[in-house]
Design a protein around this ligand. Structure first.
Ligand code: SF4
Length: 692
């Protein structure tokens, strides 16, 4: 694949290849500039961190240079939805517009593909709880057969008839632990293996951040084979990377993994070593010991420091007992491992889990592992033990500068007031002009690969399209009366806008309370706007309903802060209850704050405030999605004006008009009736409010 001669400015121009192909394509100077920067970074195998405000057209701005580059490219997205959209819609559009032959592949984590081996085992076991699961597993089986004979991918996204949350999927996919790999009798037909092979052969591969990091760390899903051959990596939604990297650059072991091992070892024992009862008994003993261990922590949910968990009554004994049972099972498995690949697979898992249990315990002992946070997380059925690096910077920097390759990081929200310092520090992407490591070759590579940053503001007319409203007289955000005050302050906006609102809360508790209050207030005032709440359907279902209804009010929490795109009139009010500071008692955050402060830094200003600003930008970004959108963003947190850091936060938002006066915020919707949206708004008002 060689780079076509036409210049980027022509391709993106008013009569260029994209304009000819894409209906409604807008020529934007910022998009051309961004594409040029990305092309230059790809050519010099450099690092570019690029923020592009909503509407810049960043997807095409990276796709065009990436597809023209002539090398192997990995594009990683934040979500599987975006991954599908890129692969099925955007990339084919750009390829057709440019008229260049580029081979492409979509690669997801293994849990997205039907596993023929485990599907058949599940059917044979008949281990399903209810009729619905049985029906779903039969549907999955027919889908797998169709995919096999028709050359399909076995990707569960192609089977919407079985909901993603169905139990049947758990039995019909593989995990890194239970996959039999080349020992599997279905290896030749295996969808996971086929998807990896296609990814190896393609020039452009679309993955997601979870897969990318899982593979860097776990060497499982195929990217470890892809990365060495790759010339360019593009991360879209790159603001998510610090969290994703944190999740994967660590170790974790959970009681559910131990219980699954006990179950699989028992089943493998029954099937392949029925004459050796000790194996089954030892698996049952591990199951029991693990369940006892879970019971020593009484919380149903929550993240807690390792030290506080270790102090719980009976915990130390239960942990040791579980380790001993794991060791015993390991011995039994070892003695029978030659009898079947299923038993050998369980042996490998027992080894890995034993090692992780020992590591977690060791990290808590005096002189434990430096630079690592030891913590635990409780779920209703499970307890997970984590070791997380204090910082992912060094680990990630080694990846980025380890080999000559271009890295592009892009998102609508990376900078705080135009600065990228916090992101660069967190991800190890400092522009090193000096020695950063003892390894000279590495230093050279860092300096050669010079990190560039760039940002482009949204092309939308924010001062006219949007109003930032901070109500006067609100109680402090940590007081019990705050949520009610937010709901009461938001109500006039909801009425003026005739519904069409998102109310985003920083906690589920506040979300539930606000939902209850709004329900009552709607009843009292005879307001008939459909009221929806996060959790009463999947995110996709809720969004579809919201868009269709056109006058709905959605009360939500974190699930709707990002990746939600409601263009047009259906959404005209976004209410955010508080500045979204992460809970400081979270064990990972608390340890990081401590480490920054102890090294003489100011964790609040350099870590917590930038994180809150980025998150706020994400939430606020739901409001204006195209150049015809208009709306009010209400933020119910006085700290925006009362605290010195507040200014830094609101100045990170797009340049909306600002007000503290309710009448002005309400009048914003009347302004809309002056222009050509008059009829529409009046119509919606008539629909939303009962007569009388
Ligand atoms: S190789 Fe692994 S994923 Fe593929 S069918 Fe066999 S067990 Fe399933």
């Amino acid at each position: 694949m060689s780079k076509p001669a036409s210049e980027l400015s022509t391709i993106f121009g008013p009569t260029g290849a994209l304009a000819k192909r894409i209906e409604g394509f807008r020529h934007r100077a910022s998009q051309i500039e961004m594409a040029e920067k990305i092309e230059a970074a790809i050519d010099r195998a450099g690092v570019l961190i690029a923020e592009a405000g909503t509407g810049t057209g960043k997807t095409f701005a990276y796709l065009v240079p990436a597809l023209r580059s002539g090398g192997k490219v990995i594009i990683s997205t934040g979500t599987k939805t975006l991954q599908d959209q890129l692969f099925h819609r955007d990339i084919p559009t750009v390829i057709a517009a440019l008229g260049i032959p580029v081979s492409t592949a979509l690669l997801k984590g293994r849990a997205n593909y039907v596993c023929l081996h485990h599907l058949e085992e599940a059917v044979a076991d008949g281990r399903f709880m209810n009729r619905e699961d049985v029906k779903h597993i039969a549907t999955i089986r027919r889908f797998a057969e169709r995919s096999l004979s028709g050359g399909g991918t076995g990707d569960k996204a192609e089977l919407p008839d079985v909901p993603e949350r169905s139990n049947a999927w758990n039995a019909a996919v593989s995990t890194r632990e239970n996959c039999l790999g080349s020992q599997c009798e279905r290896y030749a037909d295996c969808f996971v293996m086929k998807a990896r092979k296609a990814a190896m052969e393609a020039e452009v591969v679309v993955v997601n951040h979870h897969l990318f990091f899982a593979d860097l760390v776990l060497k499982d899903d195929g990217a470890q084979d892809l990365l060495p051959a790759c010339n360019t990596v593009v991360f879209d939604e790159a603001h998510q990377l610090p969290d994703t990297a944190t999740m994967f650059f660590g170790e974790a072991v959970s009681t559910s993994q131990m219980i699954e091992l006990a179950r699989d070892a028992r089943l493998a024992g029954v099937a392949h070593a029925g004459d050796f009862k000790d194996l089954q008994e030892s698996a049952m003993a591990l199951d029991l010991a693990t369940r006892d261990l879970r019971l020593t922590v009484t919380e149903d949910f929550g993240r807690m420091p390792g030290a506080s968990v270790a102090e719980r009554e009976g915990f130390a004994e239960a942990y040791t007992k579980a380790q001993e049972q794991m060791g015993e099972l390991r011995e039994m498995l070892e003695s029978q491992s030659a009898r079947a690949p299923e038993i050998a697979n369980c042996l490998e898992r027992a080894d890995e889990l034993s090692q992780k249990l020992a590591q977690w315990q060791g990290a808590g002992e005096e002189g434990g592992i430096e630079g690592v946070i030891r913590w635990a997380e409780a779920y209703s059925q499970s307890l997970a033990f984590h070791l997380t690096p204090l910082s992912v910077a060094n680990i990630f920097r080694e990846q980025v500068f380890g080999k000559k390759r271009a890295w592009i990081f892009t998102s609508a929200t990376l900078a705080v007031k135009g600065e990228f310092g916090h992101y660069q520090t967190e991800m190890g992407l400092m522009n090193a002009g000096a020695k950063v490591d003892d390894d000279d070759a590495f230093n050279e590579r860092v300096n050669e690969g010079k990190v560039e940053t760039a940002s482009w503001a949204s092309p939308f007319d924010y001062p006219n399209q949007a109003l930032l409203y901070l109500p006067k007289g609100l109680p402090a955000p940590n007081t019990p009366e705050h949520t009610e005050a937010i709901v009461r302050a938001a109500l006039p906006l909801i009425e003026a806008a005739a519904g069409r609102a998102f109310l985003l809360f920083t906690s589920l508790k506040a979300m539930d309370r606000a939902h209850g209050l709004l329900k009552d207030l709607f009843e009292q005032r005879d307001l008939t706007f459909p009221l929806m709440v996060q959790g009463e359907g999947t995110r996709t279902e809720l969004l579809e309903r919201f868009r269709k209804l056109g006058n709905a009010v959605l009360v939500a929490s974190h699930s709707f802060w990002e990746g939600v795109d409601v263009k047009g009139d259906a959404l005209s009010v976004v209410v955010i209850d508080k500045l979204p500071f992460a809970a400081p008692d979270d064990p990972v955050l608390a340890a990081r704050i401590d480490a920054i402060n102890q090294s003489g830094g100011n964790a609040f200003m350099h870590y917590q405030v930038p994180h809150a600003a980025i998150k706020l930008k994400q939430g606020a970004g739901r409001l204006i999605r195209d150049e015809h959108d208009r709306g009010v963003l209400m933020i119910g947190d006085n700290r925006l004006v009362d605290k010195p850091y507040g200014k830094r936060i609101w100045q990170s938002l797009p340049p909306m008009r600002r007000t503290r006066i309710e009448a002005e915020a309400v009048a914003f919707f009347a302004e809309a009736t002056v222009d050509d949206t008059q009829e529409q708004t009046a119509g919606l008002l008539a629909v939303g409010v009962k007569a009388g």
